[in-house]
Design a protein around this ligand. Structure first.
Ligand SMILES: [Ca+2]
Ligand SMILES: [Ca+2]
Ligand SMILES: [Ca+2]
Ligand SMILES: [Ca+2]
Length: 312
């Protein structure tokens, strides 16, 4: 229905349903056969349009625009912005919600970490399927992680900075690093305000020296870090592919999945230490990280949650 038709219908109904108002009280002295207003149109008010209210448009409400709602803009919804969507925000876009953060920089300490399920990995080699071959040792690795995290002073830190909007922000940076809990009490590490010693893993501005690119779209962040090194299950994990991550975050918490490939040479060491046949590392290898036609790395993905903390 066009705006003209809406206005016309309202005008038609107005003469019968109008119940009076300060603008143009029906039955007042002005409503006589002889007009007392100064304009030259056919109605009884003082403006120059042909309707019976005192504003300058042709609809029956008291605002200055030509639509039929009561707000002052020209669109057909009832919020106060100038776009035509039906949301209640005040932006001028097409309705994408705005999620302003409390600040631009966020540091989280990983509180829970476990190997993702076999189908819940990330696509590391770009073939369209998720990669997480090490999910075959999920149960034993998860046990090692739980034991380690309960006692170790080494924590995993995830940072996101230059965050302007938790819903949509194409220009964010991030990093994944290890830091140390130095207060002798691992029980308070997830209080939301614990500080950790990141040593040389951060620069003078407090950000990870290994900088990843981050995009936030539809309230989901995704990160690519060319190089990252962190400890899990008592091992220092290095990556044969970039580290990829995806998840959600807000001012207080973060959750997501991180995926990367571990060099088969590293996995030989881990397999031996864990009592497995080192050759297992090569038989499981599923990623050709250097493109020479031979698998040389093993994909893995972790699901994690974290809470705010800080690094120094
Ligand atoms: Ca893949
Ligand atoms: Ca930004
Ligand atoms: Ca502590
Ligand atoms: Ca290779």
């Amino acid at each position: 229905m066009s705006r003209y038709v809406v206005s016309a219908l309202l005008l038609a109904g107005c003469s019968e349903t109008y119940s009076g108002g300060e603008d143009d009280p029906k039955g007042s002295s002005e409503d006589s056969a002889v007009e007392t207003d100064a304009d030259t149109d056919s109605d009884s008010d003082t403006d120059t349009d042909t309707d019976t209210d005192t504003d300058t448009d042709t609809d029956a409400d008291g605002d200055g625009d030509i639509d039929a709602d009561g707000d002052g803009d020209l669109d057909s919804d009832t919020d106060s912005d100038t776009d035509t969507d039906t949301d209640t925000d005040t932006d001028v876009d097409t309705g994408t919600a705005s999620c302003p953060p409390s600040g631009p920089d966020f540091t989280y300490v990983v509180e829970t970490l476990e190997v993702a399920g076999s189908r819940d990995g990330l696509d590391l080699d770009g073939d369209g399927t998720s990669d997480n071959v090490l999910s075959v040792i999920k149960s034993s690795l998860d046990d090692s992680i739980v034991d380690a995290m309960a006692t170790t002073t080494s924590v995993i830190i995830v940072q996101l900075w230059n965050v302007d909007d938790w819903c949509e922000d194409p220009d964010v940076y991030g990093g994944i690093l290890s830091a140390t809990d130095t207060d002798g009490n691992v029980a308070d590490n997830y209080s939301g305000s614990e500080a950790f010693d990141a040593g040389s893993a951060i620069d003078s501005s407090g950000h990870s020296t290994e900088v990843g690119t981050v995009v936030i779209a539809s309230s989901t962040w995704s990160i690519t870090v060319a190089s990252a090194s962190f400890e899990a299950g008592g091992f220092t994990l290095t990556n044969a592919t970039p580290v990829y991550g995806v998840g959600t975050a807000d001012d207080a918490s973060i959750a997501g999945t991180m995926g990367f490939a571990l060099p088969a040479t590293l996995m030989e060491e881990i397999a031996a230490a864990e009592g497995y046949d080192p050759d297992l590392a090569w038989s499981l290898a599923d990623i050709d990280s250097d493109g020479d036609g031979t698998y040389d790395a093993l994909s893995i993905a972790f699901e994690f949650t974290g809470v705010t903390g800080s690094v120094y």
